[in-house]
Design a binder for this molecule. Structure first.
Ligand SMILES: [Zn+2]
Length: 381
């Protein structure tokens, strides 16, 4: 597929993006004579496809579960896991493959094109409407090491829940990871709430990264990691939603919740280039000729920068999501140009065209869960 969209806003002014196959081949203002066949971008904001650095894609149909606060994630897990009762009973009627698809759609609906999936590997991961880069994973430092083999795992970054809790055991986890030889420049700690000053030094020396999921942390433990300490130590930080069972509704909500704590541009970096670096896919998260064509168009006419556009946006402001050069989510005014192969659904009454077999998935899901999904309010054919 080859196409161009002109009249798009970036921080430097208006630009034109040209896509060929899966890549961006041009990103610069072009004279009118060269863009006659291009689509009009209506001065929408152009941003890289967002990167959600921590999610459990098979758990994203769940509403927030439990009666917090908890001491650590194991306490929470034991308390909420009742597959014989609602809501797990109904959600577990869907296959893992179907639940992974819903996890991908909940991300796509908020402009996410790449997700770090924290769970076992599965054939479906290569056929989701979002990217899932290669990864290794470990539930916690103390858990069995066999869990660390993930999806196309060789040489991939190792993601591990670490310091997720407020009990003394959680404060031992960085040391445990180091003792096991697993604190390296390939390691990414998720949550990092229970970090002592000495742990921050260890993480810094090892050149490991950190993924924050503040909404999930506040919900389960009433405590956030010290973002300031991590920044002072120059530890690379990205942002994740966690699953909907404890985390935010979507990545846009997670970002809005942090607005004011960090600059808008720092928050944008956490869901684009910083996240791309930690996930081991540095060509994502930066829009540039020759890079993969993963991008989002946002309708935020009042915004004065790309970061502000994102930080003030709702999912309904998304006009187009493109992944590897292919439109995955389309809304007006791009329907005539792109929507032929996509399926139409209504999301909170807004017509939206989505990639994949969303109609049959919705029918199957409605049988068990009705029309209201936790992350999308209302979605119907
Ligand atoms: Zn998690």
């Amino acid at each position: 597929m080859k196409f161009g969209i002109k009249n798009l806003r970036i921080d430097d002014g208006l630009t034109t993006i040209t896509v060929e196959g899966s890549r961006i081949v041009g990103l610069q203002p072009l004279p009118n004579s060269q863009t006659e066949d291009f689509f009009d971008g209506k001065a929408y904001w152009l941003l890289p496809g967002l990167i959600n650095a921590h999610d459990h894609l098979g758990l994203d149909l769940l509403p927030p579960l439990g009666t917090p606060p908890y001491a650590n994630s194991e306490d929470w897990g034991k308390h909420i896991y009742h597959p014989e009762s609602s809501p797990l009973k109904e959600i577990w009627q869907l296959s893992y493959s179907e639940r992974l698809l819903w996890g991908a759609y909940r991300n796509l609906l908020s402009g996410v094109t790449t997700v770090q999936h924290h769970d076992r590997g599965h054939w479906r991961l290569s056929r989701l409407p979002v990217r899932v880069p290669a990864y290794r994973w470990l539930h916690r430092p103390g858990s069995t090491l066999k869990g660390q083999w993930g999806w196309n795992a060789q040489n991939a970054p190792l993601f591990v829940h670490c310091g997720e809790g407020i009990d003394p055991g959680s404060y031992q986890e960085v040391a445990q990871l180091q003792a096991a030889g697993l604190l390296t420049s390939q390691t990414v700690l998720i949550h990092a709430i229970a970090l002592k000053s000495a742990d921050i030094v260890l993480v810094q020396k090892a050149q490991s990264g950190v993924v924050l999921c503040p909404h999930s942390n506040q919900f389960l433990y009433g405590k956030m990691p010290s973002i300031e300490s991590l920044q002072k130590a120059h530890i690379p930080v990205a942002l994740g939603t966690d699953s909907t069972a404890s985390g935010s509704v979507d990545l846009m909500a997670e970002l809005r919740g942090l607005r004011g704590l960090l600059s808008d541009s720092a928050l944008l970096a956490m869901v684009t280039r910083n996240a791309a670096h930690l996930l081991g896919v540095p060509r994502l998260g930066v829009l540039k000729a020759s890079h993969p064509a993963d991008f989002v168009l946002l309708d935020r006419p009042e915004a004065t920068s790309q970061a502000e556009a994102l930080l003030t946006a709702q999912p309904a402001d998304i006009r187009l999501v493109v992944l590897a050069g292919r439109p995955m989510l389309i809304r007006s005014p791009f329907i005539a140009q792109f929507a032929q192969k996509l399926q139409r659904v209504l999301i909170n009454d807004q017509p939206t065209w989505l990639t994949g077999s969303i109609s049959s998935l919705l029918k199957r899901t409605e049988k068990y869960l009705g029309k209201r999904l936790y992350f999308a309010q209302e979605i119907s054919i």
